[in-house]
Design a protein around this ligand. Sequence first.
Ligand code: COA
Length: 296
Amino acid sequence: MFADFVLRPVTADDVPAVERVTAEAFHELDLRTRRAGWPDPVPRSEEASARWRERLGHLLRTDPRGCWVAEDRGGILGAAVSLKRDLTWLLSAYAVRPGVQGRGVGRQLLDAALGYGSGCLRGMIAASDDPAAARRYRLGGFTLHPAMQLTGSVDRALLPVVEQVREGSAGDIDLMNSVDRQVRDSAHGVDHQLLARSHRLVVVDRFAGSGYAYVAPGGGPYLLAATSRRAATELLWETLAASSPDTPTSIGHVTAANEWAVDVGTACRLALHTRGYLGLRGMKPPTPYLHSPHFL
Ligand SMILES: CC(C)(COP(=O)(O)OP(=O)(O)OC[C@H]1O[C@@H](n2cnc3c(N)ncnc32)[C@H](O)[C@@H]1OP(=O)(O)O)[C@@H](O)C(=O)NCCC(=O)NCCS
């Protein structure tokens, strides 16, 4: 056990150091869990680091009591960042510096973040492939639903014509909150304001089914929610059409409840692998839904 450290809420001054610790921990995890045939893991880019800092700054303003760091005299050892939306507790980030993992720092951080969610009816975690993380989440009472990822370059010739999807804007936030509540009981609320600024947004708004998707940088879905599989499928195709034919893209965070997304990825010949889990408490895997890793 590693005793000589303290836990305290994250402050705005900690943001760069917390970003660094998470970047190091995830890069080390990618190296440790790399698979034959996958691209070599690369450190987080400066662009992705800037997005990460912006996200943490946003969550510090909305959920200051959900964001915790562990530190010793040498600096920050790890962090757990969580948020609450409509009685759902969500874990946005969780990492401990590679040299000090496995010594109890992560347990205390997760306990502090879970304490912020006491009284919530539901919980959601996008869990990595790290067995240490899976252990902590299961001991925290989460059911671990294995997830899939489809990866590859999208052949333009296989893209169908999608007619019902339009560009979205901040004016669609009420519609998106309503879709969120139908699909997963809680709205993303204030997070839509950040997401609509930082991502391309596409929307379907029809009597037979509505939904939205934020497009990941480089194409593919970052977050997708819909009230029908047909709307979800059209939105997913639109996010894939945004990818470059020469650069691999991915459909990640696909639970078995979202086979419609496996069917889209299979139709455009992406390679299917298992990757991580969706950890849930008090709810079933949402569908049609592809959760975001940071706002779920
Ligand atoms: C997940 C993480 C935050 C946990 O922090 P930590 O300080 O290592 O956590 P702890 O030491 O408190 O707990 C880890 C537990 O997993 C166990 N563990 C470690 N490696 C393991 C392995 N390979 N298989 C099974 N259990 C393992 C530890 O023994 C410990 O359990 P115990 O306390 O009952 O003995 C940290 O390991 C990490 O940063 N991992 C990489 C990033 C990541 O995956 N983050 C999670 C994002 S969803």
